[in-house]
Design a protein around this ligand. Structure first.
Ligand code: ADP
Ligand code: C5P
Length: 244
């Protein structure tokens, strides 16, 4: 109790987001589950805040020439395919209010662009999206809210075939082979087990407008508390003390 010694001792803010730091939302789910679509819907509804979308895909390691020569044997769905140290540095930098230059990844060449970046600036909300953003506990610990987009595997595979043939320069056979060899096993080994960390699970992805509306309402509430914290730094300290 805060009154154990007879004198009220004020506890620290219970919300892990310090008032001056951006609110960080993690969005994960299997390939083509609708992560990006859900993020876009959230961003559209939060238009009065400064929001940055960070894609884990941007932090794919570029392939060496040996790896490129045998690209069908490369596992893009394993955690080691990403430069997680750099992703952590990116989120830390943005959380501290500094701008960051995010790499631009090309799914056709499996390389990062050597001469271009996406500059992102200080923001109120960071949305971090990707198949494995809940895998590393250090990345998870940076998040104030965790969302898992849950879409049936057959729907995801159908979307993936269309997307990878239309947008990523693949043929149907290579998409199916990669799916059976790497994508599905890694989903079972790494993505699905990370569902337990989610605060919210969205069935049917972007089709689920009710879930997205509820999430946006919650974010509005949290951002309102943040704004109040900036104006009255002691407000939530006192509130959390009396809730004990
Ligand atoms: P992810 O970011 O999880 O890979 P995306 O949101 O990019 O998923 O969606 C993958 C593909 O499926 C895209 O081509 C997108 O246009 C399509 N898609 C996503 N959600 C829906 C939906 N609710 N209905 C139809 N197509 C969708
Ligand atoms: O957008 P989505 O979440 O589907 O992106 C992740 C997927 O991209 C992974 O399942 C991985 O197999 C695929 N990928 C690929 N080629 C690359 C990099 C990633 O097919 N060069």
């Amino acid at each position: 109790s805060p009154f154990r010694s007879g004198v009220p001792s004020f506890s620290p803010i219970s919300d892990p987001a310090a008032p001056n730091q951006p609110f960080v939302i993690g969005v994960t789910g299997g390939t083509a589950s609708g992560k990006t679509t859900v993020c876009d819907m959230i961003i559209q509804q939060l238009h009065d805040h400064r929001i940055v979308l960070v894609n884990q895909d941007s932090f794919y390691r570029g392939l060496t020439s040996e790896e490129l020569a045998r690209v069908q044997e490369y596992n893009f769905d394993h955690p080691d395919a990403f430069d997680t140290e750099q992703l952590l540095h990116c989120i830390d930098t943005l959380k501290s209010g500094q701008p960051y230059q995010i790499p631009i990844y090309d799914f056709k060449t499996h390389q990062r662009k050597s001469d271009a970046f996406r500059q992102v600036n200080a923001c109120d909300v960071i949305i971090l999206e990707g198949i494995l953003v809940f895998h590393d506990s250090r990345v998870r610990d940076l998040m104030n809210m965790k969302i898992f987009v849950d879409t049936d595997a057959d729907v995801r595979l159908a979307r993936r075939i269309r997307r990878d043939t239309v947008e990523r320069g693949r043929d149907v056979d290579s998409v199916l082979e990669q799916y059976a060899k790497f994508v599905k096993p890694a989903f079972d080994d790494f993505v699905l087990p990370s569902k337990k960390y989610a605060d919210v699970i969205i069935p049917r992805g972007g089709d689920n407008h009710v879930a997205v509306d509820l999430i946006v309402q919650h974010i509005h509430t949290k951002l309102g508390q943040h704004d109040l914290c900036k104006i009255y730094p002691n407000l939530f300290v006192i509130q959390s003390t009396f809730q004990i």
